[in-house]
Ligand binder design. Structure first.
Ligand SMILES: [Zn+2]
Length: 275
């Protein structure tokens, strides 16, 4: 069996992402995805809810973020989090942005679903409950990025937008490593015609990404659509790593779908430290 890309850590607070030993970067990559465990929030946000934008107690969310930041040994003042709107807009993050959206929602980078930075000592974070986390890393350019891709962000091709932006800055897509993180799998993701029509518009041979149910709904594989979009943008298949975790099946995660929208948020994170 293939080894899961996101490795559980000793206390199950977060899963660590390793792209493999690239050898070309002197900086230390820190990347991963939090679970729903070992936080202080009460039901239905129990317990490691990291989203300020859901109706949980803000102080509990802040405590939860401190738990993750302590575990990763990265102070919250180094984190940058955006206000996500299911779009495909991307922000270039610089040192002056450090701390934005880290300890409250109001200072978050407005209306962006993708973030990237060239600077060390910045931890980029994005929030999820079933949507697809996309991670980007160029060892040669020492650039990292993260994106939030639900069905809307996916079909607006935020995956390709990020690759194209980096390409415009002189980074060859062959030098970009990408990871598709824990998110709702085709096993649990039933969608209607409206979603499928959007998929058909963005993906060639889109029939390979969904199956039709007897009740005229569909089971959609959003991870596979994002992988297709990475390939279409020029990222070689060997540079695309995919998690097997389904956030709806696994009890490690919050799931917007299986908990009828009343649930917490996990955080995907990526940053480079000085080596
Ligand atoms: Zn599932």
């Amino acid at each position: 069996m293939r080894k899961e890309l996101f490795q559980d850590t000793d206390d199950h607070t977060s899963l660590a992402l390793h792209f493999g030993d690239d050898g070309s970067s002197k900086s230390k990559l820190k990347a991963g995805f939090s679970t729903r465990h070992n936080g202080v929030s009460k039901e239905p946000f129990a317990s490691l809810n990291l989203g300020f934008h859901v109706p949980d107690h803000s102080l509990d969310v802040l405590t939860n973020r401190k738990i993750l930041s302590n575990k990763l040994d990265t102070p919250l003042e180094h984190w940058v989090v955006a206000e996500q709107i299911h779009g495909n807009e991307i922000a270039h993050i610089r040192s002056a942005d450090k701390g934005r959206g880290a300890t409250e929602h109001d200072s978050a980078i407005p209306s962006k679903d993708g973030l990237y930075t060239d600077e060390k000592g910045i931890m980029l974070g994005a929030l999820y409950a079933d949507c697809v986390p996309l991670f980007f890393y160029s060892p040669s350019a020492e650039r990292v990025g993260i994106a939030h891709a639900g069905w809307k962000g996916t079909t607006k091709d935020i995956a390709g937008e990020m690759i194209q932006r980096w390409q415009e800055d002189g980074i060859d897509p062959k030098d970009i490593l990408t990871a598709i993180g824990p998110s709702i799998g085709s096993c649990c993701y039933e969608v209607d015609d409206r979603v499928i029509e959007s998929v058909i518009q963005v993906a060639f041979d889109s029939e390979q990404f969904f199956t039709r149910n007897e009740n005229d709904t569909y089971q959609l594989d959003l991870k596979a659509v994002n992988k297709h979009l990475f390939l279409k943008a020029g990222v070689p298949e060997n540079n695309i790593f995919v998690s097997d975790y389904c956030t709806s099946c696994s009890n490690l995660f919050f799931s917007h779908r299986s908990e009828n929208g009343k649930t917490g948020r996990m955080m995907g994170y990526i940053g480079l430290e000085e080596g």
